[in-house]
Design a protein around this ligand. Sequence first.
Ligand code: PGA
Length: 279
Amino acid sequence: MKYIIANWKMNHDFDQTDQWLNIFLEKYNRDYEKISKQNIILCPPLTLIDYIDSELMEDGFSMLESFAKKHNKSVEDFTPEQFNQIVFESRIIKLGAQDCSNYESGSYTGQVSAKMLRDVGCEYVIIGHSERRKNQFEDDQILAQKIKIAIKNSLTPIFCIGENEQLRKQNQYLEFVCNQIDLAIDKQYEYKKILIAYEPIWAIGTGNNASLEQIKEMIEAIKNHLDKNFKNIQEFAIIYGGSVNQKNSAEILKIKNLDGLLVGSASLNAEEFIEIAKS
Ligand code: PGA
């Protein structure tokens, strides 16, 4: 099962979201065999999360009803936690946020906590995207706090790392990326599950994806680094992001030890996104 993750960034209003969901669900049903094998995660803007959650919840209710029937129970027999668990697990699209606060709660105007995200149906959260590192000046210390808070609140972090063009030219990219991991993940802390997204900055939104060789080399380096130094992470997956589209996704997904894709602009189009999920 591969992770196919859509990062909508700051795009799509309600109408566009409705259209996207309609197309996605129709095509999903048509290509159920192929797509249901993937772990599909949608990371929309914050304002759309609750809406998409309730749209998907309708599916969840009917899932719950049939689950209850199968186990000779009624829907009322389930606690809210069990209910959430069953609904989350049965969802065809999982929900993720694009960021969370590094604080639990309090006077932090404009911020949204990991718990709040979990409450509106998120199971994942992107942390440390290069656009946030650059535009919101997020440093390694803040990212380390965010990863811990996400895990504590039952969100799986999708932690983004990647070098810029200069570091690649100077041949310092492997060291730089491993160091990004060291700075944000605490070796003394117990982490349940983390997704590591390798996103070279020069490949994001440029149409210039990393070559298969470049991705392969980096995935191996990250995997070795995690295997060797982070026994405190119970489960990790490594994915690639940066100008992924329906033309290059199948080849990229064949790379050994690569567990999925983080897709930006190509995920805005439901048809293209579903082709990527099928590949
Ligand atoms: P892109 O974005 O697919 O548009 O390059 C990827 C990302 O920023 O996650």
